[in-house]
Design a protein around this ligand. Sequence first.
Ligand code: ATP
Length: 246
Amino acid sequence: KTEETLLEVNNIEVIYNHVILVLKGVSLSVPKGGITALLGGNGAGKTTTLKSISGLLASERGEITKGSIQYRGKSMQDLSPNELVKSGVIQVMEGRHCFEHLTVEENLMTGAYTRSSAEAKQGLDMVYEYFPRLKERRKSQAGYTSGGEQQMCAIGRALMARPETILLDEPSMGLAPQLVEEIFGIVKSLNEKEGVSFLLAEQNTNVALRYAHYGYILESGRVVMDGPAADLRENPDVKEFYLGVS
Ligand code: ATP
């Protein structure tokens, strides 16, 4: 095996409010240059897994009580969210989170706070190349753009920090099928052309397994199955329980 592992989640257990055990020993790895899907239904623990990685658990009274998380062989648990961004990992939260009162371009610029102004300018050019819609809407107040445009804006803002890995939470949520395909298509070209690695949490198994290289299926805080996306798509249990065909 020659592929380089970027992110390694090793048997983590996560508890909210000191009592609610949500992750019961989750392990996964994200290789450099891959799109890795984290699948499972509502409440399976996908968002909790992403937040464990990006250091956002503490603000929700969540705690990793067992296991470890490493990025490029270094422990991530002691890093602040800011240090994490510098190390190359950034999370795009579920539900889009753009600043509604800023324009699209101002939103994008907030993502460049770790970069010089020349780098920010380059970043904008890159984002507009992949998201021509954002270029068209750059002077619009983000709160008045469509759901799809806000999702694009959130991904674009993350790209402004020039991350090596993006943790993308439920990009398909609330979007029409055609837009979902558009956004996944852009994720795919960012992966192929810019070399960005993705860990993608999705309830939409069908779409995710068409674009991802590898998938993990979570049920009630445990990984119940994992494998190359092509194998998962053909697996009879996955077909029956997650793809709605049998
Ligand atoms: P969704 O698609 O709904 O986001 P998910 O797979 O991402 O689902 P999580 O959001 O990680 O699942 O939630 C997993 C479980 O943890 C759920 O039962 C949820 O109720 C619980 N949970 C999430 N956040 C908290 C919190 N801050 N405090 C207590 N319980 C929480």
